[in-house]
Each structure stands twice: as C-alpha cells, then as structure tokens.
Design a binder for this molecule. Structure first.
Ligand SMILES: *Cc1c(COP(=O)(O)O)cnc(C)c1O
Length: 347
C-alpha cells in the first residue's frame, strides 16, 4: 500500500519523540517535564468531571470556560484564544492553515526539531537560519518570504531568549505569519503576548512543561480574534477532550500553587547553572527549565551514555553546523543531587 502514499510522506523520516522509559527506574531529565505534581485543584476538577455525566457528552468545541480563564490571566480577549491538544496540535493547525504544498517553513537553528517535520508532512520545504554567535536573530532576516516562520522563545535546546523588540522587528520584516512558540515562557522574565496586536504574530503556549501536565495534552494559541475564527475551521471539531479542558482551566486558575513549584525550579536551575561549570561544562544562562551544557575538552556523547548506564537520562543533541551538547531538564533537588554526584564520579 505504501505506493499510494504521498511521496513526501514516504520520503520523510518522521519526528522522534523523547524516549519515555516505562520501567520507572530512570531519573528522567530528558523531556523537560516539571518534577512536581500538577495542581491539586486541577486533579480535583478532573476527578469531579469523571464522576459527573460529562464524559458521555461531546465537550465544548471551543473550550469557552477555559478561554475565559486564560483570557483573564493573560489580560486578553477570550476570543483571541485557540485551544489545542498540546501545543504540537496548535503547530499542526498553523502549518495546515498557512503553508501550501511546496511552500516554505523557516526557523532559527538550533531549535525545536518538530518544525522541520511539520514542513515534511505538509510537502513544504524547511530552511533553518542560524542564530548569531550571541544567540540573537540575524538582521536583516534572510528569509522574509516564508509562509510560516517559527521562533521558540525561550529557545530549545539553548534556553536563550530574544527580546520582544527583536521579535517585533522580525514580524515587521516578514511577509507571512510569525509564530512565537512560548512552550517555556513561564520560566522566563517576559513574554510576547502583547505582540499579538500585530496582525501576523501568533503566540503558542502549553501546559505540558510549567504546569506539570505533559500527560494531559493541552496547549493554546493567542492571536487576533479574526485569525482565531479562521484557524477554528482547520482544527478537529473536538480537539480537546472534556477532561483536559477541566484540568487545564483549574491548573491555570491555581496560580498560588504554580508560583510555589515555580520558585523551586528557579532555585534548582540557579544551582545547576553554578555547579555544572565546576564540572567542566559550558552553560548558557537559561530562561527555561533545562540547561544546555556543552564542553570543549572532551566529547559529551560518552557522558550521556555513562549517565544512561547509571539510570539517568539526559538529552544528547547534535545539530549540523553547530555542534552537540546535553540538554538537561531541571529536576527535583534530589534528582539533581544524584546527577551532580554521578557526574563528579565519572568525570
Ligand atoms: C515541549 C515543546 C512543545 C510541545 O508541547 P506540547 O504542548 O506537549 O505538545 C512545543 N514547542 C517546544 C519548543 C517544546 O519544547
């Protein structure tokens, strides 16, 4: 049957999601989940939903109650919010909506590898624009004619940020939409939601990382209401289930709990940033919940492998034309103690 597939599907390799070991014996510092449990209020809301009659019925296709909560928190019109089954679903909707077959998708590199895969599925070309040496966006931007331009901010794997001023400059240079992927923005100091006043800027968010809900699958986009109305046509009618809508809304509303776990992450991140250099790693100042650790004195791949043998999973990444490194999630204090301990022994 594979002869009937579209040629671009046959030709593409497919995205490789982070390894998810099932045996529970690993310390997972690999896919940037928050090490603390989700908000107890989110768990209560979901338990209540399960006991009600609501799973029998279709959910609200637009997630109206969630959008009102998110709108209030972010100080935006609820009609400017589009719900998604994880922010990857949002990125898929945006690619389908904006990128024609044979079109062009562009993002800075090194960055989130899914962007290239989305272009592959769409039958579009993907081009990567290298960051400058000090992790800025090059000016002038060399690819202003892309059908879709994606900037992860904070960026993965580097944890670096570009300023809102730089993003605004880029948006104005572009002749197509700019997606600011804010998967990690809750760990940073600023965000770009205000830029959605520009007609070509769309901000995406997820509850997977900063709200400890990667298993629930919930994300959303913020864009001009007129654009959201168009994007609704492209999404699956019921792309978010009743359970995730209830959990996501309650999690967002529980800002007290969010702040509590957030403060712990920021403290552990500071500790990792201070101690990894003492073990010979070069680290960039991180505005996310992971650290990008590289080194010049010896290869990092064997370190990744040695850690894996010792039941600690970090992410080894190698980017053509840029080099390789370890992306290490900010875990709990105990997990990071173990990591630092094992690194000390093996280095
Ligand atoms: C994790 C991640 C996402 C996807 O998040 P989900 O909501 O879990 O789909 C999107 N963009 C970047 C840069 C990420 O790291």
């Amino acid at each position: 049957m594979s002869q009937f597939l579209r040629p671009n599907i046959r030709a593409m390799a497919g995205y490789t999601p982070g390894e998810q070991p099932r045996d529970g014996e690993y310390i997972k510092l690999y896919t940037n989940e928050k090490p603390y449990p989700p908000s107890p209020r989110a768990l209560d809301a979901m338990a209540e939903l399960l006991r009600s009659d609501r799973l029998r019925k279709y959910p609200d296709p637009l997630g109206t109650a969630f959008r009102h909560s998110a709108g209030k928190l972010l100080n935006v019109d609820p009609d400017s919010i589009l719900i998604g089954n994880g922010s990857d679903d949002i990125l898929t909707i945006l690619t389908r909506a904006f990128v024609p077959e044979g079109g062009l998708v562009v993002s800075p590199t090194p960055s989130y590898l899914l962007y290239a895969t989305l272009a592959d599925i769409q039958g579009a070309r993907f081009e990567a624009v290298p960051f400058t040496n000090d992790w800025r966006l090059p000016t002038p931007w060399p690819k202003p004619d892309a059908h879709l331009t994606l900037v992860a901010n904070p960026n993965s794997p580097t944890g670096t940020v570009v300023t809102n001023q730089a993003l605004e400059g880029l948006a104005k240079e572009l002749r197509g939409p700019l997606i600011v992927d804010e998967a990690y923005v809750d760990f940073a100091e600023t965000h770009a939601v205000g830029l959605t006043r520009l007609s070509n800027v769309i901000v995406t968010r997820t509850l997977s990382k900063s709200y400890s809900l990667a298993g629930l699958r919930f994300g959303f986009a913020i864009a001009a209401p007129a654009l959201v109305r168009e994007l609704v046509k492209v999404k699956d009618s019921y792309n978010c289930d009743a359970l995730s809508l209830a959990g996501a809304q309650a999690a967002l509303e529980d800002q007290a709990y969010f702040q509590q776990t957030h403060a712990k992450i920021i403290a552990t991140r500071a500790r990792m940033s201070a101690l990894l250099p003492k073990l010979g790693f070069d680290v960039l100042p991180s505005h996310a919940n992971f650290i990008w650790a590289t080194r010049t004195d010896r290869p990092v791949k064997p370190i990744f492998q040695e850690l894996k043998n010792r039941k600690i999973l970090v992410r080894y990444m190698n980017y053509a034309g840029h080099g390789d490194g370890l992306r290490i999630s900010v875990g709990s204090e105990a997990e990071i103690d173990r990591l630092l301990d094992e690194l000390q022994k093996l280095l």
